[in-house]
Design a protein around this ligand. Structure first.
Ligand SMILES: [Zn+2]
Length: 320
């Protein structure tokens, strides 16, 4: 059995995993695909649900494609079911696959969906129902960016859920519950279009943790593809600010940022994007990408930076 390798070299195993995992809170683990071929280093989250019979996985990473030739354990599912994690009492996160999975995809970009086929046969795959046409199977190769990268687009049958949908438990395990009590997971899906039309967030109402996918993060370029909208993004960030309110809450993103104060990160990212729209942040570089002129904007502190089609900034300016 392999170890997570988050601290020690792999002295006790001949399998080196593409992932590292650590405990985030009582019910949640962070899984980092750390040496992927695309340099995305996505953050994947595994959340235990009441009753210990189900596990929610938020995003599935890059499918194990790696630039490290020594890595030979490339399946996220195998990692979760067989690799000891120190923060989980040296047990795998879901030993032997005892728990069923609910997969939530924050959006359809390749670095979030390339591992999904490992779960597609026997797990519910939850996605945003905000824009079904954006997720139409014939659009997925282009909208996932798989086409651009000349890689195969994964095949899966998602369940499109409405805004404010609460992830369902198979049955209620809460104390005093009886048959027929609606199961409560405490995980609420929020439609947060902007990065893409299908971007979603998951609000863990019990732990007060907000999982935002690629809506924002720190210390790496926030990227909008041609299909994004800064106008929609602003509305979504306002919604998220309202959801977390002024009480303590943490934010967990699809890259880099995990476990920072939600309100402060949301508000400061919004201020940065507002500075880009107003012209206070000046463009550092322009280049063509997927047929559109993109601009790069970087705060002096480097905390926030942005790459997006210039058209999206002009649209946001006009919408004000
Ligand atoms: Zn993305």
């Amino acid at each position: 059995m392999a170890r997570d390798g988050s601290e020690d070299p792999h002295t006790d195993t001949n399998l080196k995993p593409a992932f590292k995992a650590w405990r985030f809170n009582a019910t949640t683990f962070v899984i980092n695909e750390h040496k992927d071929s695309y340099d995305e280093q996505p953050l994947i989250y595994a959340k235990l649900l009441p009753g210990d019979e189900e596990m929610v996985i938020i995003d599935t990473g890059c499918g194990g494609a790696t630039k490290d030739p020594k890595i030979d354990l490339k399946s996220l599912r195998t990692f979760i079911e067989t690799v000891q994690v120190r923060g989980n009492n040296d047990k795998p996160l879901n030993e032997g696959g005892k728990m069923k999975y609910v997969i939530v995809l924050t959006h359809c970009h390749y670095d979030h969906i390339l591992g999904v086929e490992q779960f597609a046969k026997d797990s519910t795959i939850v996605v945003s129902g905000h824009s079904p046409s954006f997720l139409a199977p014939e659009q997925l190769p282009s909208h996932s960016l798989c086409e651009d990268l000349h890689i195969r687009t994964p095949q899966y049958k998602p369940v499109l859920v409405p805004h404010l949908h609460e992830i369902q438990l198979r049955r209620d395990h809460s104390p005093g519950s009886s048959e027929g009590t609606p199961p409560r997971s405490g995980l609420v899906v929020l439609h947060t279009p902007g990065h893409t039309p299908d971007e979603l967030a998951v609000w863990d109402t019990n732990e007060r943790v907000l999982f935002v996918g690629d809506t924002l993060y720190e210390y790496a370029h926030i990227i909008f593809p041609n299909e994004g909208s800064i106008v929609d993004w602003m509305h979504s960030v306002d919604l998220l600010l309202k959801i977390v309110g002024t009480e303590e809450a943490q934010i967990c993103c699809g890259h880099v940022t995990a476990g920072r104060p939600a309100q402060e990160v949301l508000a400061s990212t919004k201020a940065f994007i507002a500075d880009v729209i107003s012209g206070k942040e000046v463009v550092k570089r322009k280049f063509e990408k997927r047929g559109e002129i993109n601009g790069e904007y970087v705060q002096d502190s480097k905390r926030y930076s942005l790459v997006c089609p210039e058209r999206l900034i002009l649209e946001a300016r006009e919408a004000q």
